[in-house]
Design a protein around this ligand. Structure first.
Ligand SMILES: [Cu+2]
Length: 550
């Protein structure tokens, strides 16, 4: 029998090791290895290296990238999948209830830390920027997988440089399975297709162009960013030499004109005429997608950020903001042999507005504005019987949200997404590494209602931009939305593409929109982040802490 005390004692040792490593990084001391023995309880043990590399993405010169490389030290062979020839990855596959140990090794020329996006883990396992480790250092993560089956992911989270590091290539999927999901007989193996959608700009030398510099490569750009403010953040992002255009992109967000899926350009993919499960992640820094089939076949949605929905839903199109995931069930048997159904992103209003003066100030790249239409992924329907595989009508037991259980039911907390002098903020305040306000303090074991307001408070030249609000450490429910009348045209172009029915960790908040979410703070006291997942917004201050008090 595993005693409660045994687990706690072991965790305490890990915390000490991690904290010491983090302290070493922030003070520039030689790195300490946590040196925690790997207990027999650990089911999966992975060493995850963040390192520079090169991949051939387009004809011509290879692209210098930063990427994760995994090494499986314990666990079944299928746990770790390294996509060949791609910077995206690896895919880590685990089961709910498993004990996971992941050792991050920083082989980058700057500090980093990894966040497990969507996972319910203790605060020191969540990848808060206060735990960023120096080059050469190691951070030991160990946690039990508490989440439902679903499509989660991981990416860096150092303060002020998340945008640059993700753009350079650092992102992978973390797929959780469980017994409930296994009982459904959903398409598996080659019919379970993860698709990570990202946009990028390439310079003339085939390198990732980012804020006037290059995102990948070995060059050290910018110094330690711990506690840095917005302007230092932009410098750290490689803005030097980029001028006004890069400064604007660093504020508004970086939009690429090349669409990559799983790290590659549009090449098309052969699929059998049978049912598939598509797991879509919008891994773009800022671009929002409005996904639809090219022939307007309705989409069948079976899952979102926090796993399977209660029942499949039909949508003519789907909005997918940065960091959001959606799972589709599609029977390619409905299309004739040789046809090419294509996932497209349709045009919509109210995206990051880069036209006119802003467009002129943007400088290089960004030819494809936010809200423009483009192809995302083309499928070629190949062999197979054209089976009519039936999708279960009940997918998962999901209790309806109970807003009346919230301790602040009568007075939802308001979080105004604000813009000051060239800096984003929440209720007028930018990021503060350890800072947390009274409003941002919650009690363990309670539920609260938060309202994210995108009213354009303090906005520059009247611009109001969409945001993708993400809360760390938990999954929440969306319980209400409203929009100001003057934004109804933009809103109407996206509103039928919402999937608010399931568990969420990231939610699109359109211009003029107010979104109410119900959050439950359980199991883990401590300091967690909430922020916009448009990564340049996040790096420029649209991020704050919240504290869960025991
Ligand atoms: Cu934002």
């Amino acid at each position: 029998m595993t005693t409660r005390r045994g687990v706690d004692a072991r965790r305490r040792r890990i915390v000490i090791g991690s904290a010491a490593t983090a302290a070493a990084a922030s003070f520039g001391l030689p790195t300490l290895h946590a040196g925690v023995p790997v207990s027999a309880e650990v089911d999966v043990h992975v060493e995850l290296h963040a390192e520079p590399g090169e991949v051939s993405i387009r004809p011509g010169a290879p692209t210098r990238v930063w990427r994760f490389r995994g090494k499986l030290l314990r666990g079944a062979a299928g746990v770790l999948e390294e996509p060949a020839g791609s910077y995206v990855g690896p895919i880590i596959r685990v089961r709910r209830g498993q004990r996971i140990r992941i050792e991050l090794v920083n082989a980058l020329p700057e500090s980093t830390i990894v966040h497990w996006h969507g996972l319910h883990v203790p605060d020191d396992m969540d990848g808060h920027p206060r735990f960023a480790i120096a080059p050469g250092a190691r951070y030991v993560y160990e946690f039990s997988v508490a989440n439902r089956a679903g499509t989660y992911w991981f990416h860096p989270h150092p303060h002020g440089r998340t945008g640059k590091q993700v753009y350079a290539g650092l992102a992978g999927l973390f797929l959780v399975s469980d017994d409930e999901e296994a009982g459904l007989g959903l398409p598996g193996a080659a019919q379970d297709l993860p698709l990570v959608i990202q946009d990028r700009n390439f310079n003339a030398d085939n390198q990732f162009a980012y804020l006037g510099g290059e995102a990948g490569g070995d060059a050290r750009q910018g110094g330690g960013m711990m506690g840095g403010g917005m302007m230092r953040g932009r410098m750290g992002g490689g803005m030097m030499g980029g001028g006004m255009g890069s400064m604007m992109a660093g504020m508004m967000g970086v939009l690429g004109d090349q669409i990559l899926v799983n790290g590659g350009p549009q090449a098309g993919r052969e699929v059998e005429r049978r049912a598939h499960r598509l797991r879509l992640l919008n891994g773009s820094n800022t671009r929002t997608l409005k996904l639809a089939w090219s022939d307007r076949t309705p989409l069948t949605v079976i899952g979102s950020d926090g796993g399977l929905l209660a029942t499949p839903l039909r949508r003519d199109y789907l909005m997918l903001a940065p960091a959001e995931r959606v799972e589709l069930w599609v029977d390619f048997g409905r299309w004739a042999l040789g046809s090419e159904p294509t996932l497209r992103s349709l045009a919509f209003d109210g995206g990051v507005e880069m036209g006119g003066m802003m467009g002129g100030m943007m400088g290089g790249g960004g030819a494809l504005r936010d809200g423009a239409a483009f192809d995302v992924h083309r499928f070629r329907v190949g062999g197979g019987a054209g089976r009519d595989e039936k999708l279960p009508t009940r997918l998962s037991a999901i209790a309806p949200p109970e807003p009346r259980q919230a301790v602040n039911f009568a007075r939802p907390k308001v979080f105004e997404l604000s813009m000051g002098m060239m800096a984003w903020g929440i209720n007028g305040a930018g990021f503060d590494m350890l800072g947390v306000s009274e409003l941002e303090t919650v009690k363990l074991g309670t539920q609260e209602i938060w309202e994210f307001r995108n009213d354009g408070r303090g906005s520059m030249m009247g611009m109001v931009m969409p945001h993708s609000m993400h809360v760390h450490g938990l999954q929440f429910r969306v319980i209400g939305r409203s929009v100001a009348r003057q934004f109804s045209r933009q809103y109407d172009s996206v509103k039928a593409g919402r999937v608010d029915e399931g568990w969420k960790d990231s939610v699109l908040v359109m211009p003029g929109e107010r979104v109410r979410v119900l959050l439950r703070f359980e199991d883990h006291p401590g300091l967690f982040l909430y922020h916009c997942h448009m990564l340049e917004h996040e790096d420029a201050g649209l991020m704050r802490n919240y504290r869960v008090e025991a």
